[in-house]
Structures are given as structure tokens and as C-alpha cells.
Design a protein around this ligand. Structure first.
Ligand code: NAP
Ligand code: ZN
Length: 350
């Protein structure tokens, strides 16, 4: 085992601070990665604050990891020392259930092992994420990163990217569809970029009028302020698809009103109770509300290759790890353009 530097929260009210953690020695199947960059996802904050009531402390967050391979096990043939790689939200799954066999490890029927706050099957205790110098991951959960992209801006693709790409893909969003992306944060800004690249007519649906200019630069054709009831009425029954990234429980009924007959709104943000839903809003025009969790490893690689081909990366604000607590404050105020990424040099040199 080796000891590496990390940043951790020791309780739901504590700030993140330095902590040394253990990483396992590589097995034959493992890849050891020196972490260069790690994105800051709102899920990191939910976990630190125990919003989902399952946090195990200390929590070392981080599941948007970019790094270079430093060592590989004997059975690893597709990666070698020096390769640029990514690790997202999962580091293992059973590989035998129907979901795993269909490349949907995120829905593993025996429970996927998440990059942080999951039972660690190798060392005992709980997994530690990417706010650290190194990580050791089973080869099946390591992604190849196209070298032509700006790599610090690739980090958020590992979670924000796949979480928005996967539902757009699964629900067959296509050229000419009217697609609404609700919430312009880390996930939302990637949702706009992907829907635009897929040829959709993209409407950014936001609570923040000040983000309109940015939304258009990111690829939105229109901006709809969700608090403006008159504007909402003008768009009633007109959307082919809605991607809802709002990070808290909320009233989804106004958004249901925006969907066309037979159209679907996919929730990816609110992993908690919603306000009551009026059945009539769904029944009257055969509308659907669905949910979606990240994406499988195969689809994550497809997403990265799509980004390589279409030159898509995140819009990032770089920070040193020492400023992580301020970054969390800003994310909670919806004040980030549009993803914080930690330059891990700041941890190594601290
Ligand atoms: P984020 O950067 O904080 O963005 C969320 C955006 O939602 C905000 O910028 C804001 O946009 C809007 N918003 C915030 N509070 C709102 C409210 N009370 N009502 C309406 N809109 C509100 O968060 P993120 O990193 O994109 O993550 C979004 C959510 O997805 C989090 O809950 C995260 O845990 C979850 N998540 C889920 C998955 C999955 O697999 N399903 C994966 C990753 C993350 P405007 O200013 O434009 O309104
Ligand atoms: Zn995430």
C-alpha cells in the first residue's frame, strides 16, 4: 500500500481539509493513475453534506478524474505507463448481472462500487475519490482520453458529460427536435453542448436571467426564464424532450406543461423527493417523467470519442485544492462558469 495526500471532510458540517489516505498496491487487473485534474460535481457537495443520508466519513470526494497511468498489472493490455486516462463515477461492478452484461454497470443489480463513499472491496472501509494524488482502479473502469482535447476541461466529461449525453442518446434526441435543458450549471452546460451537437433546437430553461448570454454562447438557440409565467405559457406543449438538472426537490408541474404529447422529461438532478405531481398533467397528453443515472463504461467511452470528434469540452474555472471550500459555497449559489476543476499540482506541491 502507499500513502497519498488527499482532501477530506470529516463530518457533514466540517470543511474539507488535508488528510493522508492509503491506496492499494496494483493487482494484475489494476491501473495506477497519477491524478492531474479533478472536477467538482454538485454530487461531491451533496455527499460531503450527507444530503442523501448515506455518507461515510471521512469523505474524499471527486469523480471527474483525469490523469496519467503510472503502473499497470500483468493482465492489463489496453493501457500502458504514460497513457492519458479518465475515471468517472464508478470503479467496479459485479460484471455478471443482466445490467452489467448489457454495459449498464451504473444499474448493476448487485450494486456498483462508486468512486467515493462506496464499500471498498479491496481495503475494507469506503472508497476515496479524486481529490487525491493517485488512484488505483480496475482496468474495466478506466477510460481512454483523446489527446487532442484540452485535458483540464475534459475532467467534467467523466460525470457531467456522460450524465447528460446518456439520456439524450437513450431517448434518441435528433436533428430538429426541440430540447429544453433545465438548470445551467455543470450538467446543464454540457446538456446544451451535446443537444446542439446532435442538431436539436436547444432552449436553456433557467432561473438566472443573467446567464442568458452564456447560454447562447454555449449553443442554446433560445433562453426561457422559468419564473416568467407568460413566457412559460408561450412554450406550453411544445418540447420533444426535457433534461432536468435541478439539484434539489422542486415543483416539476410547470415543466410537465412544456412537454408535447408523448414527450419525456428526464430527471438527473433531484435525487430526493419532488413536490407532488399532478397526474392530470401527465395523463392528458400521455407524457412521461423518467430518470437516468450517469452512463455505462462503454457509453462513456463513446461520449469521450464523440467529444474528441466534435471538439467538445467543458467550460471550466480552475482552482487550487486549497480553495475548495470557497468553490463549494459558489456552486451552492449557482455561481460557477460552469464547472470548477482542481489542478492537482496544488495538492502535490502543498
Ligand atoms: P450545479 O452546477 O449546481 O447546477 C445546477 C443548476 O440548477 C444551477 O446552476 C441552477 O441553474 C439550477 N438550480 C439550482 N437550484 C435550483 C432550484 N432550487 N430551482 C431551480 N433550479 C435550480 O449542479 P450539477 O453539478 O450540474 O449537478 C446537478 C444535480 O445533478 C446535482 O443534484 C447532482 O448531484 C446531480 N447529478 C446526478 C447525476 C446522475 O447520474 N443522475 C450525475 C451527476 C450529478 P440556473 O441558475 O440556470 O437556474
Ligand atoms: Zn458527478
Amino acid at each position: 500500500m502507499s500513502e497519498v495526500k488527499a482532501y477530506a471532510a470529516s463530518s457533514k458540517t466540517a470543511e474539507l481539509e488535508p488528510l493522508n489516505i492509503e491506496r492499494r498496491d496494483i493487482t494484475k487487473e489494476d491501473v495506477e493513475i497519477d491524478i492531474l485534474y479533478c472536477g467538482v460535481c454538485h454530487s461531491d457537495i451533496h455527499t460531503v453534506k450527507n444530503d442523501w443520508k448515506n455518507s461515510q466519513y471521512p469523505v474524499v470526494p471527486g469523480h471527474e478524474i483525469i490523469g496519467r497511468v503510472t503502473k499497470v498489472g500483468d493482465n492489463v493490455k489496453n493501457f500502458k505507463e504514460g497513457d492519458l486516462v479518465g475515471v468517472g463515477c464508478m470503479v467496479d461492478s459485479c460484471q455478471t448481472c443482466d445490467s452489467c452484461k448489457e454495459d449498464l454497470e451504473q444499474y448493476c443489480e448487485n450494486g456498483a462500487t462508486y468512486t467515493y463513499n462506496s464499500e471498498d472491496k479491496h481495503l475494507g472501509g469506503y472508497t476515496f475519490g479524486g481529490y487525491s494524488e493517485k488512484v488505483v482502479v480496475d482496468k474495466k473502469f478506466v477510460l481512454s482520453v483523446p489527446e487532442n482535447l484540452d485535458i483540464k476541461a475534459v475532467a467534467p466529461l467523466l460525470c457531467a458529460g456522460i450524465t447528460t449525453f446518456s439520456p439524450l442518446n437513450h431517448w434518441n434526441v435528433k436533428k430538429g427536435d426541440k430540447v429544453g435543458v433545465i438548470g445551467l450549471g455543470g450538467l446543464g452546460h454540457m446538456g446544451i453542448k451535446f443537444a446542439h451537437a446532435m442538431g436539436a433546437h436547444v432552449v436553456m430553461i433557467t432561473t438566472s436571467p443573467g446567464k442568458s448570454g452564456d447560454a447562447k454562447k454555449l449553443g442554446a438557440d433560445e433562453v426561457l426564464i422559468s419564473k416568467d409565467e407568460e413566457e412559460m405559457k408561450k412554450h406550453a406543449n411544445s418540447f420533444d424532450f426535457l433534461l432536468n438538472t435541478v439539484p434539489v426537490g422542486h415543483d416539476v408541474n410547470p415543466y410537465i406543461g412544456l412537454l408535447k404529447r408523448d414527450a419525456t422529461m428526464v430527471l438527473v438532478g433531484a435525487i430526493e423527493p419532488l413536490d407532488p405531481i399532478h397526474g392530470g398533467g401527465l395523463i392528458a397528453s400521455r407524457k412521461t417523467i423518467a430518470g437516468s443515472l450517469i452512463g455505462g463504461i462503454k457509453e462513456t467511452q463513446e461520449m469521450l470519442d464523440f467529444c474528441g470528434k466534435h471538439d467538445i469540452v467543458s467550460d471550466v474555472e480552475m482552482i487550487d485544492i486549497q480553495n475548495i471550500n470557497d468553490a463549494y459555497e459558489r456552486v451552492q449559489k449557482s455561481d460557477v462558469k460552469y464547472r470548477f476543476v482542481i489542478d492537482m499540482k496544488s495538492l502535490k506541491e502543498s
